[in-house]
Structure formats: structure tokens, C-alpha cells
Design a protein around this ligand. Structure first.
Ligand code: HEC
Length: 145
């Protein structure tokens, strides 16, 4: 009966090894370019990201009632005047990433201008959709480490 125990042990070990390999491969499936930032810089960038998500939420909430002042204020918070402007950090970040980053902040500037000009909500939604396209393009290409 001893061989049976050995066979079961071998089988369990085999299943375990396969599971580990599958999980390992899954991890390395992430083909996005890894950008290594100093801890402080990483925290700054991620906080800016969360701020932009909040701006998008507030813009869409305010657009429900055509509250132009609130749309403009929410967009302003993520506009170019509030982007992370950290010399050393900007040198680490690849040009492609900087370009997309600048483009989303400019997108928020445009929403602010559209709201101040009381453009119809459909126009605001279109601009939000354009910004989201850039958010997701950058997320698909880069990750932070
Ligand atoms: C220039 C590139 C770039 C753009 C543009 C960009 N992001 Fe990000 N964002 C990143 C990277 C890189 C991460 C880290 C992802 C990772 O490591 O998996 C991130 C993370 C985040 C996170 C997670 C924050 C956390 O605390 O972990 C949120 C939320 C987010 N982004 C929202 C947005 C939104 C909303 C937009 C568009 C308005 C946007 N991002 C545009 C690059 C970008």
C-alpha cells in the first residue's frame, strides 16, 4: 500500500507545481512597460490619478443637472494648473507618458472652458469620453513600480 501513498503524494505535488506555474505565468502576462519612480513621486502620481477620477465623477454628477459652475470647478481641479510638476520625476517618465498626461490635463481645461461657455451637456459628455480614451490608453501601456 506504500506505493499508493507515494503516488498520491506525487500527484498532489504535481498539481501544486502546475498551479504555481500557471499563477507565475499569469503574473508575467502583464506586458505593460514598468516605470520605476521614487516612493514619494509614485505617491504623488497616484494621488493625482485618484483626483482625476474624482473630477470625472463630479463633472458627470453636475452635468445631470446642468450645473455649469460645478462642472467648471470639478474640471479646474484636474486642469493643467494642478498637474504634478516635479522636475526630477519628469526626467524619469517616458515622453509618451508625459504627452498623454499633458493631454488629459488639457482635456480638463477644455471641459472647464466648455462649462463656462455653457455648452450643452452632450458636448461635455463627448469631452469626458475623449479624456477616458487617453486614461485607458496610458493604463494599457504603463504601470508603476
Ligand atoms: C500618462 C499616463 C496615464 C494617464 C494619462 C492616466 N493614468 Fe491613471 N495611472 C497611470 C499609471 C501608470 C498608474 C499605475 C497603474 C499600475 O501600476 O498598475 C495609474 C493609476 C491610476 C489609478 C489608481 C490610483 C491608485 O491609488 O492606485 C487611478 C484611479 C487612475 N490611474 C485614474 C486615471 C484617470 C481617471 C485618468 C484619466 C483622467 C488617468 N488615470 C490617466 C497612468 C496614467
Amino acid at each position: 500500500m506504500k506505493w499508493k501513498a507515494t503516488a498520491i503524494a506525487a500527484l498532489v505535488l504535481w498539481v501544486f507545481t502546475v498551479a504555481v506555474l500557471v499563477l507565475w505565468n499569469k503574473k508575467s502576462d502583464d506586458a505593460r512597460e514598468k516605470i520605476t519612480l521614487p516612493e514619494m513621486g509614485r505617491a504623488k502620481v497616484l494621488s493625482e490619478m485618484r483626483g482625476m477620477l474624482e473630477s470625472l465623477r463630479d463633472i458627470e454628477q453636475a452635468a445631470k443637472t446642468n450645473d455649469y459652475a460645478a462642472i467648471a470647478a470639478a474640471a479646474h481641479k484636474s486642469g493643467t494648473t494642478f498637474m504634478v510638476d516635479d522636475g526630477p520625476l519628469m526626467k524619469i517618465v517616458p515622453a509618451d507618458m508625459l504627452r498623454m498626461g499633458l493631454s488629459v490635463h488639457q482635456g480638463f481645461d477644455k471641459i472647464e472652458q466648455a462649462a463656462l461657455a455653457k455648452k450643452p451637456a452632450a458636448e461635455i459628455h463627448k469631452q469626458v469620453a475623449d479624456i477616458l480614451t487617453t486614461c485607458t490608453a496610458c493604463h494599457a501601456q504603463f504601470r508603476l513600480h
